[in-house]
Design a protein around this ligand. Structure first.
Ligand SMILES: [Zn+2]
Length: 356
């Protein structure tokens, strides 16, 4: 720390700890040891599987492996590059995000941490957001810098329609969020949608004209600008138009809102999304205590609530062959038992917190 903590910092901690407690009550979480063990297994079992930042995964997708021979060689993947982009959505917590960034760094796994500019921690870090009562939290800001300093890429977890619904101008809010993150000295190249399409009626990335391949969007959810105008190079879903129309209708998708994380919803969201398909071959999501979802688009294979052994089997079946997959993690699912004392010891803030 570079200075004394203010009261906003203390409030952040209390909020975060209570959030972890409520998540734990839902039985959604694993602990950081589980995450560490899983990542070390992946690294040990599949040296030919190369985990990368999402910006690198995007280049692999955008340009193809033949144009990236030098880079692939530097990553240790010469002939049969099997690339695994690692995406971390920081939907609601920055403390769990910072803790998991340390774990990933210790395991030698680069990842991209997408920060949600509609989340309370973003307000606290920034200090004001049209809300003068929100004081800047040095802790929240330092946690964001900590994530970058562990070697993780940082991007924006785009929830622009959510901000619009609270009265903010979508483009101005996007620009302000990006400008503030960059003011910390962190380069921001990418964005990924906070997944709330069933609430807003569209995906958040559909604010960008880059993805204007869906007709009939609501009047207040029209594409407004392109990514390049905001200095963004990629959207981490790598969205592409469907080759053929999915089975589900947009209405059915929206009606599934009460069943988020259910098998029905996850199948719809990943395998038959009404608006788009992903530009990679497979993805893996952690959704609960040793529970994962595997969506292999190339193989038309969907596995719900499988354990880590099945995930390792999936990764093993892809390792050693040219492929592009994405591992999607949410930090709060790996921080069961994380509390005030743990946080303080992890970040060396015992004395500071003791005074707060
Ligand atoms: Zn999210």
């Amino acid at each position: 720390m570079t200075g004394p903590l203010d009261s906003a910092s203390a409030r952040l901690t209390a909020t975060e700890v209570s959030q972890h407690a409520s998540l734990e009550a839902l039985d959604l979480t694993n602990d950081v040891e589980y995450l560490s063990r899983f990542l070390l297994q992946v690294q040990a079992l599949f040296p030919e599987l190369i985990p990368v930042h999402m910006r690198t995964a995007w280049r692999f997708h955008d340009r193809g492996p033949q144009d990236l021979e030098d880079e692939l060689q530097s990553l240790g993947a010469i002939a049969s590059a099997s690339i695994l982009g690692v995406r971390v959505d920081c939907c609601g917590t920055i403390t769990a995000a910072a803790v998991t960034a340390s774990v990933l760094a210790a395991c030698g796994v680069p990842a991209t941490y997408y920060l949600n500019h509609s989340a309370p921690y973003f307000d606290l870090a920034r200090g004001r957001w049209g809300r003068p009562q929100v004081r800047a939290s040095e802790v929240a800001r330092e946690l964001i810098c900590h994530i970058a300093l562990t070697g993780m890429e940082v991007g924006l977890h785009n929830d622009v329609w959510g901000l619009q619904d609270t009265g903010m101008d979508p483009i101005r809010s996007l620009k302000a969020s990006l400008r503030w993150l960059r003011s910390l000295g962190i380069p921001i190249q990418g964005s990924v949608s906070h997944n709330t399409a069933w609430i807003y009626g569209v995906e958040n990335f559909q604010v960008f004209t880059d993805f204007s391949f869906v007709d009939g969007l609501p009047r207040d959810r029209q594409p407004l600008t392109n990514m390049a105008s905001l200095g963004l190079h990629y959207e981490a879903n790598f969205p592409e138009p469907h080759l053929s129309r999915p089975t589900y209708t947009q209405l059915e998708y929206r009606e599934s809102s009460s069943r988020v994380l259910s098998e029905e919803f996850m199948h719809m969201y990943l395998m038959q999304h009404p608006w788009f398909r992903r530009g990679y071959e497979y993805e893996i999501w952690a959704i609960g205590p040793d529970e994962w979802v595997i969506a292999d688009y190339a193989r038309h294979d969907f596995q719900y609530a499988v354990n880590s052994a099945s995930v390792l089997e999936q990764l093993g079946s892809r390792a050693g062959q040219r492929s592009l997959g994405v591992l999607v993690l949410h930090p709060e699912y790996f921080c069961a038992g994380l509390d005030f004392a743990t946080l303080a010891s992890v970040f060396g803030w015992e004395m500071a917190y003791g005074r707060a």
